[in-house]
Write a protein that binds this ligand. Structure first.
Ligand SMILES: [Zn+2]
Length: 159
């Protein structure tokens, strides 16, 4: 038996930045293109159970059949849950810290069956309630890039 030789480990901390691209695939690509090019939010609809999926997926999560039918949903809907965040966290899409507070919400768009996560323009929890209506605010023409953040946030409708 040999005696293991202990070695001090040298640790170097560095932040790596690796530019990369990834393909969205046809299903997510269509969803993002519709937002970028037409300010339309589209879901796909299962041919077997009729359920809509937003964001769309290539197969129905319930039936496991391929989903090729598309429908446009209203750019407005109902808040089904929300969280107000006060502790800054790193945004993995930008590498920058998010400004706080910010509000994320599950939103059931009119005509849809599944909720969609996005930001709200209201960060005061006293001004928010489950069931409130909200509407998508899109980035201006020429500034949309085919990202889900082409929807800047959802405006909470208070009247
Ligand atoms: Zn289905």
């Amino acid at each position: 038996m040999t005696e293991e030789k202990k070695q001090d480990l040298v640790e170097i901390s560095e932040l790596l930045s690796v530019p990369h691209k990834f393909a969205t695939g046809p299903t997510m690509g269509r969803f993002l293109s519709e937002i970028r090019d037409h300010k339309r939010i589209v879901a796909n609809k299962c041919p077997k159970c009729g359920r809509t999926q937003l964001p769309p997926r290539i197969v129905c999560a319930a039936c496991h059949v391929q989903v090729d039918d598309w429908i446009e949903l209203a750019p407005r809907g109902e808040i089904t849950s929300y969280d107000v965040t006060y502790v800054p966290t790193l945004n993995p899409l930008t590498g920058k810290m998010r400004e706080v507070p910010y509000t994320t919400a599950s939103i059931l768009l009119d005509g849809g069956d599944t909720t969609f996560m996005h930001f709200l323009d209201v960060t005061d929890p006293k001004k928010l309630k489950i069931g409130m209506r909200c509407e998508a605010v899109f980035a201006p023409d020429g500034e949309r890039q085919g990202r889900v953040t082409d929807i800047v946030h959802f405006h909470v409708i208070t009247e």
